[in-house]
Design a protein around this ligand. Sequence first.
Ligand code: NAD
Length: 348
Amino acid sequence: MTNRLTVSLIEGDGIGPEIAAATVRVVDAAGGLIDWERVDAGMGAVQRHGDPLPQATIDSMRRNRLSLKGPLATPSGGGYRSVNVTLRQQFDMYANVRPARTIPGVPSRYQGVDLVIVRENTEDLYAGVEHYVDPRRTAAESIAIITRFGSERVIVYAFEYARRHGRKKITLVHKANILKLSNGLFLDTGREIAKRYPEIEFEDMIVDATAMKLVIAPERFDVIVTMNLFGDILSDLTAGLVGGLGVAPAANIGSLDEASGVAMFEAVHGTAPDIAGKGIANPTGLMLSACMLLDHVEQRGAAARLRKGIYAALADPATRTGDLGGRADTAGYTDAVIRGMAGTIGQA
Ligand code: NAD
């Protein structure tokens, strides 16, 4: 018997509260054994607490080690740091996991795509090591940091993810033909780790060739593991292959200490201020993020039921939302997801 788990829920800004309410409903209906602990972040938190990331929120995430997060508006000016960046640093979220899968009914250029990008999220050109080379600021330099430690933990995570999810192949993406030391270190680390997982096929691929193959034959990929910059670009590319950011889920995997980690699940899209409060937002990205959370905590039955409901509701324009060419509002779609879990979607 699986125990109930407490998960920190950050509803977020804009459409966040609407899609979070819909997601809580469907997780319950799917039989997810989750108790939600609601905490604040973003613009709402600035208004209520004068802080976009209150300490109580950090404490809750630290205690529960699991969180589901709606989109956050980063307040501009006022000296506030990006909450997303602060969270990444607080919890050392080193792996960003972005599945891309074609969903029947969702408009998309391709069929049969089912891949996952595991992106290293703390190093590389985004390590923040930049400076002007000369006093007149006519030249600038950004340094890409790649460490064996950082490479190892994200590549091990990718292999463990593949093993847990029955995935067959890892493609390590790099540019080691040119960046022989930094990218070479990532590649060498990958080759060493691959020997520990003989049941999983391992290949490496140069990033430019990967970009082309993703467009020509995305169905040939299974799990891609790569460094921060390439992962940033390729994961938006793969979201575009399968219907866009509106239906894209993500997980951020972090380490609190050596013994155990944290995981934060979120939709990839933003706060959609243009449609906030209208009841028409598409909650699929956050719902699929909740499926990842349920898989992560081994509540696989609930995850499978929820995915079944989502796919059933998305298959029919009458039950999907307007952004996907459908006619349903958020509540109507959510009802359809629940009916879809029971296999009664076509029935009144
Ligand atoms: P956005 O994703 O919020 O919106 C882009 C377009 O997509 C809009 O037309 C919007 O209506 C539509 N859209 C997005 N999600 C939708 C959904 N679930 N259902 C229906 N339509 C949807 O991107 P933006 O306008 O560039 O950003 C708005 C705000 O969100 C900014 O403050 C930005 O900083 C923030 N943001 C936050 C995150 C995050 O917290 N992870 C990510 C991206 C952007």
